[in-house]
Design a protein around this ligand. Structure first.
Ligand code: ADP
Ligand code: ZN
Length: 206
């Protein structure tokens, strides 16, 4: 079940994390929560880390009464800190996995000062290992939702980001973030996920 700000019953701020594999609907869920906060007449600011322009552009969130919020592209948590206004109730940050570890302190500070902080990000890299600041964010959050996509190979719930380079599974030692390369990604389940280590290791249990 997707939580939706039930923490609002208490006073003060809190942190929500929406995590999961690519294509699992994290951005859709973030937008849904932002839209509902706008309906509740909260002041909302939305940020999105830069590195992700490959497969989704800058987006707008609009409510039926015509109010819109645009996601502001940022490179660093420090930029978010500069842009957040004191009277903002909800700070939503998409693609949080690409931000540096100072996002943990910023999210904590914003929540301590009364903001509802919503962070969406993929919690594991293409190897299936923890990605950037996501493990810490999951640990400090009051509310965590882990979403799944559909495995493009077998149709089961997908929990892994499959990186492909030239149509073939990327090796374990390829860099975590490849900017401007010809890589592509698929959502896959654990059984269909493939991360070759060394040529001689392929097919062995490591
Ligand atoms: P995320 O932010 O987690 O990457 P998005 O919210 O951008 O996800 O996109 C989710 C949408 O992607 C789904 O609603 C669906 O239309 C589409 N989609 C594409 N491939 C898949 C897949 N393999 N499994 C589930 N949804 C997929
Ligand atoms: Zn599968």
């Amino acid at each position: 079940m997707i939580s939706d700000g039930y923490f609002a019953a208490g006073s003060g701020g809190w942190i929500e994390v929406i995590c999961g594999v690519m294509f699992s609907g994290k951005s859709e869920e973030l937008i849904r929560r932002v839209r509902r906060a706008i309906i509740a007449k909260k002041k909302v600011q939305v940020f999105k880390s830069h590195l992700d322009e490959r497969y989704s552009g800058i987006y707008h969130v609009s409510s039926h009464d015509g109010r819109t919020v645009e996601a502001v592209p940022v490179d660093t948590p420090a930029q978010i800190a500069q842009l957040v206004q004191p009277d903002t109730h909800v700070v939503a940050i998409d693609e949080a996995q690409f931000l540096d570890r100072t996002i943990v302190d910023l999210a904590t500070s914003l929540a301590n000062h009364g903001a509802r902080v919503i962070l969406a990000g993929t919690d594991a890299d293409f190897r299936g290992e923890p990605f950037g600041p996501m493990p810490q964010l999951l640990a400090i959050a009051e509310v965590v939702d882990k979403l799944h996509a559909i495995c493009v190979i077998c149709g089961n719930p997908a929990s892994r980001n499959q990186r492909l380079i030239g149509g073939k599974p990327a090796r374990y030692d390829s860099p975590t973030i490849m900017v401007g390369s010809t890589e592509s990604y698929e959502a896959r389940c654990r059984a269909c996920h493939s991360v070759p280590r060394r040529d001689e290791d392929q097919g062995r249990l490591l």
